[in-house]
Design a protein around this ligand. Structure first.
Ligand code: C2E
Ligand code: MG
Ligand code: MG
Ligand code: MG
Length: 291
């Protein structure tokens, strides 16, 4: 389905299979160089604890500004990078950027943890835990300030293979989170067998819970069962204060979403943090509490 306008292709048309293939091929072959060229960066999205609304940490989310394709979201290139066997390179980059950040904060007297998304393919690398340990040492960051997020479908795709590596990571002292929980086929009871510390409720349920009683029931049961298993429960996709208030009333521990902040480049995150710290140190405590 092609439409042209003044010789230029109109955006929003469905690209052909050949075009999709070529794009993926270019992404994969150019990826390493793009890291060196500074096209790939990490944005950070803050999370807040409930009910006190203190900054609980940030999630690192990768971005690629491609010279030809423009801004690419991770959903557009991470699967291609994974399939090409380059996920180790990506994860190492995001982890190092995040550790640099956490180290800077520590030097400023702030203890803010960073969460890094990993792929099940990272767990196929037996050296992965040793690489993580070396990076923590290199940046002199305590393991407790790092969380690895792995999607539910990732953990479940090959639990026998994932389990020993997850145990090794857990033994290092980093936190482990199951991301996008509720979208896979696993039961919460199965989580008991994994060395995980946190469960992140998938944003589809959080976004829907204001209008869909089914979504609300899913959110409520993940909070309750998560707590009964001793897990920290994080809700992603918190866009409205009604949702945040409902989550708070349910006892959900941490909220993340556009209501609190969009993912931000490093400098804007710094400004966001400074604004919050200034407010919480000032007399206007109530402004912090209404965020
Ligand atoms: P995720 O780990 O579940 O990350 C949350 C996604 O939800 C992010 O999309 C974030 O921008 C978006 N989001 C946050 N708050 C809201 C909200 O209130 N409403 C809505 N509608 N969306 C919200 P993003 O950055 O496009 O990342 C998509 C996925 O790509 C991530 O989902 C994660 O699975 C993957 N990803 C991102 N960075 C990395 C990375 O460095 N490595 C790997 N392996 N995967 C990554
Ligand atoms: Mg995540
Ligand atoms: Mg998620
Ligand atoms: Mg996701």
């Amino acid at each position: 389905v092609r439409a042209t306008k003044g010789g230029e292709e109109v955006r929003g048309y469905a690209p052909s299979m050949g075009q999709i293939f070529m794009r993926r091929f270019q992404m994969v072959t150019q990826f390493r160089q793009s890291l060196e060229d500074g096209q790939v960066s990490v944005h950070y999205q803050p999370k807040i604890s409930l009910p006190n609304r203190q900054v609980a940490g940030v999630e690192a989310l990768v971005r690629w500004v491609h010279p030809e394709f423009g801004r690419l979201g991770p959903d557009e290139f991470v699967p291609a990078i994974e399939a090409a066997g380059l996920i180790g390179v990506l994860t190492e980059f995001v982890l190092e950027e995040s550790l640099k950040r956490v180290r800077k904060w520590l030097d400023e007297g702030l203890r803010i943890s960073a969460a890094v998304n990993i792929s099940v393919r990272n767990l196929a690398d037996e050296e992965f835990p040793a690489k993580v340990a070396a990076a923590l040492e290199r940046f002199d960051v305590p393991p407790s300030l790092v969380t690895f997020e792995l999607t539910e479908s990732g953990v479940m795709s090959d639990p026998q293979k994932a389990l020993p590596i997850l145990r090794e990571l857990s033994a290092l002292g980093v936190e482990l989170a199951v991301d996008d929980f509720g979208t896979g086929y696993s039961s919460l009871a199965y989580l008991r067998q994994l060395p995980v510390d946190q469960v992140k409720i998938d944003k589809s349920f959080v976004l829907g819970m204001g209008t869909d009683l089914g979504d609300l029931a899913v959110v409520r049961s993940i909070v309750e069962l998560g707590h009964s298993l001793g897990l920290t429960v994080v809700a992603e996709g918190v866009e409205e204060d009604v949702a945040r208030d409902q989550l708070e009333a349910m006892g959900c521990d941490v909220a993340q979403g556009y209501l609190i902040s969009r993912p931000l480049p490093e400098d804007r995150l710094e400004a966001w943090l400074q604004a919050r710290t200034a407010r919480s140190l000032g007399r206007h405590q109530e402004t912090v509490l209404t965020l």
